[in-house]
Ligand binder design. Structure first.
Ligand code: ADP
Length: 535
């Protein structure tokens, strides 16, 4: 017997409609490339998004086309998030930190028809256009050079009142984002309206980020990086205000906005928060962050020292999230379960440094050489996920080996899962160190090294070894004014790890190379110290 309820498509249009009608006064604060702060509202954003949709239609951009964006976290980008799908087209967010060759490759693969670019990124676009051109180039946030279209001119049409294309198919594609290519060629993940709406609802839940109308949210995580973790959908859906920092992501600029706008929730990668912590430590008590109830950290593991330092020294709560481009992206959240509320402080901290329990409707399992791994918090296996916010294939059908025959997605993350379903990432598959047939977690060693007062950053890689196949090598960035010896660092590690886990070599380096999304690029270190080995 079927239920007797209406269908009601889960679409981005429905999110924007609600924001416009129910919370039209909620603020959208956006910093432009000239640093000027623009103050708008959802009531103003919605008609602008519709006019963008109508403008694209009038330009001849077909429904179903891909429209690329090359922009910061700025109001025009938010308008494109809603306006491009309102045309019936797919918004494809490009990461300006990729090389021109990578951008051209991705734009080609996606068959991008048009691009909306911030004026400050015209130079990046210029380098791409010599390899791959776009039929229409639309310039926002500054002057439009000859041969391009000014964004505001495109919007100078009348508000059509309704989107040019009715959004009644929740399974239609709305957004396209490529994986950052840490583990091979970038692959296209094509999000449906439904997956993005369900993901946004999952984020807003009390045991997730608890986002509501009273919130003011500052996503530091870029809107070109996996939907800025879904915040540009969760905020309008709930009526929470948005503060968009533009291209100014340095600690001082962020502190200015966090304090001036009385931000309640913010989200970014560990690198951003480490810089902010340094700034706060330099001048404790001089910034009023009393409104800030939660700093979300994700994209890479949150060092335990970071969580502790913010809390102990500045009274700020750090929450960890784990996710992937293939998952919209949030898959799990490290919120402390009620049963742990009275646990010793050390245990609570250790729990929060893990990746947490899956959000509703994300199913998890871990497997090792084909067999299921028990949820004992100790046995390592590759994490697999499935659910309505998980990709079922990549655009163009590449990477089919990441999808199992029984309908799960292989994350490439090596984890343990405890009896409560709490995930702990011990490595990425390709970074795992296999020594004498046993697995050594590079992540665990890195965390322990980074807890040392003399260590600013550490990355541990595998180097080939004739006897053990692979052995760990630690690359360490020392804090200014410190000079630890390799013996001293190994000595510290020996307190927590068996002797065969200890890195045989410690190399002191100036910096750890990073990917375009700020993650450690271990392939470069492997090339340098292990004579290749990068996949
Ligand atoms: P890429 O796979 O190219 O790095 P993603 O941005 O999709 O691009 O990154 C997803 C990966 O980032 C995850 O598979 C995981 O390895 C890592 N990651 C994300 N969040 C966390 C976290 N909180 N802790 C540890 N690793 C994380």
């Amino acid at each position: 017997m079927q239920g007797l309820m209406m269908h009601g498509a889960l679409t981005l249009g429905a999110i924007l409609d609600r924001a416009e009608r129910i919370t039209p006064g909620s603020a959208v604060v956006s910093r432009g490339s000239d640093r000027a702060v623009h103050r708008g509202t959802y009531g103003e954003l919605a008609p602008r998004a519709r006019r963008l949709a109508a403008g694209l239609r009038d330009l001849g951009v077909p429904a179903d086309a891909r429209v690329a964006t090359l922009m910061w976290n700025q109001r025009e980008h938010l308008e494109a998030y809603y306006g491009v799908p309102a045309r019936g087209a797919v918004v494809h967010t490009l990461n300006p930190r990729l090389s021109p060759a990578e951008l051209a490759h991705i734009a080609d693969h996606a068959e991008d028809e048009a691009i909306i670019v911030d004026a400050s990124l015209l130079e990046v676009l210029g380098a791409v256009r010599s390899r791959r051109d776009f039929r229409h180039v639309i310039v926002a946030g500054g002057d439009a050079p000859h041969g391009t279209i000014a964004y505001e001119d495109l919007l100078a049409t009348e508000d059509p009142g309704a989107p040019p294309v009715a959004q009644d198919d929740e399974l239609a594609a709305a957004v396209l984002c490529y994986t950052s290519g840490t583990t091979g060629n970038p692959k296209g993940v094509l999000y449906s309206h439904r997956s993005l709406v369900l993901h946004a609802m999952g984020l807003a839940m009390a045991d997730s980020f608890a986002i509501g109308e009273a919130d003011t949210v500052l996503p530091v995580v870029p809107m070109f990086h996996v939907n800025a973790w879904g915040l540009p959908f969760a905020c309008p859906m709930t009526g929470a205000g948005l503060v968009l920092p533009g291209r100014f992501l340095d600690a001082q600029s962020l502190l200015e906005l966090l304090t001036a706008e009385r931000v309640t929730f913010t989200a970014g990668v560990p690198t951003v928060w480490l810089a902010l912590l340094e700034r706060l430590d330099e001048a404790p008590g001089t910034h009023d962050l009393s409104a800030l109830r939660c700093m979300l950290v994700g994209g890479s593991a949150a060092p335990m020292g970071l969580i502790e330092a913010f809390e102990r020294r500045h009274g700020l709560y750090v929450l960890q999230g784990w996710g992937m481009t293939e998952m919209c992206p949030v898959g799990s959240i490290g919120r402390l379960p009620v049963a742990m509320a009275d646990a010793p402080a050390e245990d609570r901290l250790a729990y929060r440094a893990r990746q947490g329990q899956p959000v509703p409707f994300v199913e998890i399992r871990a497997r090792h050489e084909g067999g299921a791994v028990p949820w004992d918090g100790a046995t390592m296996g590759e994490l697999e996920v499935r659910g309505p916010t998980v990709a079922s294939a990549y655009l163009g059908g590449e990477g089919a080996d990441r999808f199992t025959d029984d309908g799960w997605f292989r994350t490439g993350d090596i984890v343990t899962i405890d009896p409560t379903g709490c995930i702990e990432i011990t490595d990425r598959e390709k970074d795992l160190i296999k020594s004498g047939g046993e697995w050594i977690s590079s992540v665990a060693l890195e965390n322990a090294l980074m807890a040392h007062p003399s260590v600013a950053e550490a990355a541990v890689i595998a180097v080939p070894d004739p006897r053990w196949q692979e052995r760990p090598l630690a690359c360490v960035v020392v804090r200014p004014g410190h000079a630890p010896t390799p013996e001293e660092l190994r000595e510290r590690l020996s307190a927590d790890f068996p002797s065969w886990w200890l890195p045989d070599r410690v190399e002191f380096v100036d910096e750890i190379p990073r990917t375009a999304t700020g993650k450690f690029k271990k392939s470069v270190l492997r090339d340098r110290f292990a004579g290749g080995g990068a996949p």
